[in-house]
Design a protein around this ligand. Sequence first.
Ligand code: UT7
Length: 328
Amino acid sequence: MLRSKITGTGSALPEKILTNSDLERMVDTSDEWITTRTGIKQRRIAAEGQFTSTFAVEASRSALAMAGVKAEELDLIILGTVTPDFPFPSTACIVQHEIGAVNAAAFDLSAACSGFIYGLSIADKYIRCGDAKKVLVIGAEVLSRVVDWTDRNTCILFGDGSGAAVVEASQGDCGILSTHIFSNGSYWDTLYQPGCGNRNPATSEQTIAERLFYIKMEGNDVFKHAVRAMEEAACTALSANGMTPADVSLLIPHQANRRIIDATAKRLGITEEDRVVINLHNYGNTSSASIPISLDEANRSGRMKTGDIVLLDAFGGGFTYGSALIRC
Ligand code: UT7
């Protein structure tokens, strides 16, 4: 059976670390509050001269090297991001140029924290229908440049980085079993960046006066929806494949808040620590990059063995949410 299979993963993070103690000196917060409410201890912050494409290129090179695929073999590059280098051209085109993927079509995808799973879903469909053989899927963000560093409700949460995966056509039982993507646009203004699109242009006085270029979030609302939606996405993937949570070797959830991850895992009955990938204490919420960074870390540390069932589960602004079930 023709399937798509992840044959290489990579990730890239800025060197600069911003700890909770650093944040204590910037806003009215504490390490204790951030740790108990979110599980985050530190996050990585891009330096001057580093952009979303900087990390996307590094993660992509690493994924291509693991897969043993040359950039010119790629048919498609899909890059999930809400913090592109420019409104246009796409950051995916910049990555294409930098890595030398001269035969690929390249585009960005806006699905916030679900961006990587949305991208994986498109890659899977292109491969299964025979229109592509090798696809590079990337999640990359520099959120630190759209975070209001005076707003303690949001600035403690986010971080920068990128993860990437090479997805290839393959025959057999292993690979991506299914992907499932969902949206609920009724909540579009619950988590968003009001300024810098054409409703509130970057140049307008209102955008500047009301600080509309920064992320705004109704944290409590997002939290409640995230838990329910991630459970729904996970259960959809399992039932589509005649499986139950007991079949899952590894859950790789979006890394937004430790309490969201714990609540989702508990609802699914996946409570053992070694069955859930958690790294948000190190990186915070890197939006579309969070799942591919986690996937790469799990892959490189030997947590994904042949035959294992891995469940990817995401939720983000839009709202968007989605899942992917993989047999390693
Ligand atoms: O990537 C997907 C999208 N993002 C998410 O999934 C994030 C979802 N939301 C969350 O993770 C949580 O809602 C937050 C971590 C953002 C907030 O946690 P919470 O338990 O929902 O706190 P809260 O917003 O209900 O605030 C509780 C209190 C408030 O004070 P009062 O009104 O009770 O006096 C806040 O003002 O905590 C206060 N607070 C803080 N205190 C210290 C809010 N932020 C901070 C802070 N430090 N950084």
